[in-house]
Design a protein around this ligand. Structure first.
Ligand code: ATP
Ligand code: MG
Length: 617
């Protein structure tokens, strides 16, 4: 098998045949590599397009909160990222420098990310809505040396803790007011004049496939966020999945709604689309279904990568809002971050008249690992099948959560399509994380033999499709049954009155756990005793009495991570009156929206039911 040459699209037409013939060397060969040898993500994403005749193609189309547009071509991006790398050098930062951004979705975030990679540094995005303490913890853990932020975020969140950030050698301020430097700390500089003085030409140091490139912090859904390190070779997965899963073609206008403060917004909001030479949309504004539809309509977006929370909210707002727009440019919608309920898949396929492709991966995996594909039948509720080049398995777990081992001490693979176990991946794929920063033991413990343990429970049906059961920590054991919260939540969401559901197990002396559900209601639906009875009956009909919730509580909102995931551990801690644990990634809908942005303005108005600040993963 050969893959088409670099500038030809990378399509997956036949899953089985591609999988059988697949070899990662083919992807390595498709990438260009640095002129003098080596591999660098930013070179693959930007410079090589300039050398290969796409210099004037729009790389990033930035839409400001107010609706203004700025188009950055590949050549603009090449020159500005060169300047950023050169500016770092002129400040005395060499290869290995650790640079973080703390900004809203503004062009200089993208410049800093790619410019850092060009300087052979390590790029760490920080979500702009973090408060001072989460910022301090991450800067400390990551030993961040350079922080790129805006004057307002600096004044509100960084300046008060600047003395507690000894690793920081420079703070570079960009955006409105970036020319005037608050305070008198010599470490704090304006970015604009530095870039103006820097050279447009820059020679990328010879990073190798194994040079560290990215530092991501996990979403904190299950506990304290971990610092996950990836290397330049991860670009092989970003590029491959951009073709095989997102089906990116050179003339696509692609929009990944995830904030670049999280791994999806970096892997698929920056790197993957740019390696395919497409135009990527960056919207500074926050989630608002109408705004989103207008962005798709006005920019003729073709491929849209978003998250289940967003799709569920669009679903509850109804079809009229969709039908009033011309969204005919769309040809594919993909989703990641949480399980996508079958109901939401069906609704979205109908609403947008395109395939809606759920896929699964984690910060640790660096890129998409299990996916539905455009050319394969979609099974609503399934996250699909492993990417060609990725071997997945379901490993047997004992009641204590530990893997069961065979006589030779190897994990046992489950093949029964009904059996759920831990989803594992054969170690060694290019975007596999290389460490948990500061936690080498935890890193080692995530591997068993040749397998990387995801910590998620899933099952695989007879045709090889994977079905998410729940996170290992969230699974409920009730009267001898193993119950995945996702199954129960999906049944509840299938009821028209329910907007969102979060399901936990509440310890019970006789049952082990009893299933309890928290639901939010669709707009205009009132919480009445009849409704609750109806919901319980509906759940029993769909799930049977052993699995259906014993109790359903109607809530105004569910706790979400800032990246949009339901925090079941928090529902449970609150239910049981336990310590709430690390809340640094909890969305704060009551605090005026989680995403107080780089301008310090509250997010734009419009439909924001139930606190939606963290919808973009
Ligand atoms: P933490 O590890 O800090 O608790 P997190 O696991 O939520 O946070 P991420 O790496 O952002 O951090 O998320 C990966 C997890 O998200 C997966 O392990 C899985 O539980 C969930 N997930 C992602 N995509 C899907 C999907 N398509 N279906 C089901 N679950 C998904
Ligand atoms: Mg995780």
């Amino acid at each position: 098998m050969t893959l088409p040459s670099l500038d030809d699209p990378l399509r997956l037409d036949d899953y089985g045949a591609t999988r059988r013939a697949f070899d990662w060397d083919l992807v390595t060969a498709r990438l260009q590599g640095l002129p003098g040898g080596g591999l660098n993500i930013a070179y693959e994403a930007v410079d090589r397009h300039v050398a290969n005749g796409r210099r004037d193609h729009v790389a990033l189309r930035w839409i400001s909160r107010r609706g203004d547009l700025i188009d950055l071509t590949y050549d603009h991006l090449r020159r500005r990222t060169n300047r950023f790398a050169d500016a770092l050098a002129s400040l005395g930062h060499g290869p290995g420098v650790r640079v973080a951004t703390l900004t809203g979705r503004i062009p200089d975030l993208y410049v800093a990310a790619l410019g850092t990679l060009k300087a052979a540094g390590i790029y760490a995005p920080l979500f702009s809505a973090f408060g001072p303490e989460p910022i301090r913890q991450r800067v400390e853990l990551g030993e961040i040396e350079v922080l790129v932020t805006t004057p307002r975020l600096f004044a509100r969140k960084v300046e008060p803790i600047l003395d507690d950030l000894p690793s920081l050698r420079h703070v570079l301020l960009t955006g409105e007011g970036g020319g005037s430097i608050p305070g008198d700390d010599a470490r704090v500089l304006a970015l604009a004049p530095l870039l103006a003085e820097a050279s447009e030409e820059w020679r990328i140091p010879a990073t190798t496939p194994d040079t560290p490139a990215l530092l991501h912090f996990t979403s904190g859904t299950t506990g304290t966020p971990k610092g996950v390190v990836h290397v330049h070779r991860a670009v092989e997965v970003h590029h491959l999945t951009g073709g095989y899963v997102l089906d990116l073609q050179p003339d696509d206008v692609y929009w990944c709604t995830a904030d670049p403060g999280w791994v999806t917004g970096t892997s698929y909001g920056i790197i993957s689309p740019l390696t395919h030479g497409v135009t990527a949309i960056v919207d500074e504004g926050d989630f608002d279904a109408d705004r989103w539809y207008s962005v798709v309509e006005a920019n003729r977006v073709t491929v849209w990568y978003t998250a289940p929370t967003a799709i569920r909210m669009m679903m509850r707002l109804g079809l009229d809002a969709v039908r009033s727009r011309d969204l005919s440019s769309l040809r594919l919608v993909a989703s990641v971050g949480e399980p996508l309920n079958p109901e939401a898949v069906s609704w979205a396929q109908d609403a947008f008249a395109v395939p809606v492709l759920d896929n699964w991966w984690q910060t640790e995996t660096g890129g998409i690992m299990v996916a539905n594909y455009r050319t394969e039948p979609v099974r609503p509720g399934s996250m699909g099948r492993p990417l060609p080049g990725i071997e997945a398995a379901i490993l047997e777990r004992g009641p204590d959560g530990e893997l069961r081992l065979d006589g030779d001490g190897r994990p046992i693979e489950l093949t029964d399509p009904e059996a759920s176990g831990e989803l594992a991946l054969r170690a060694g794929w290019p975007s596999m994380f290389r460490t948990y920063l500061g936690q080498p033991d935890r890193y080692a413990a995530s591997f068993a033999g040749d397998w990387y343990r995801s910590g998620d429970l899933a099952r695989r049906d007879a045709d090889g499709y994977y079905w998410f059961v729940g996170r290992g920590d969230d699974v409920i054991k009730s009267a001898g049954h193993l119950i995945g919260p996702f199954e129960v939540e999906s049944a509840l969401v299938a009821h028209p009155a329910v907007a969102e559901a979060g399901v936990i197990g509440v310890p019970d002396e006789t049952m082990g756990d009893v299933v309890k559900a928290f639901v939010t209601l669709a707009a205009g639906v009132d919480d009445t005793p009849e409704l609750r009875r109806d919901l319980l009956g509906h759940a029993r009909r769909l799930l049977g009495p052993a699995v259906a919730p014993r109790e359903i509580e109607v809530a105004d909102s569910l706790p979400h991570t800032r990246s949009g995931k339901i925090m079941r551990r928090l529902l449970k801690a609150r239910e049981l009156g336990l310590d709430e644990g690390d809340l640094s990634t909890l969305e704060q809908p009551d605090a005026g929206g989680a995403d107080l942005d780089a301008d310090g303005e509250p997010p734009g108005g419009g439909a924001r039911p139930g606190g939606t600040g963290g919808v973009a993963r």
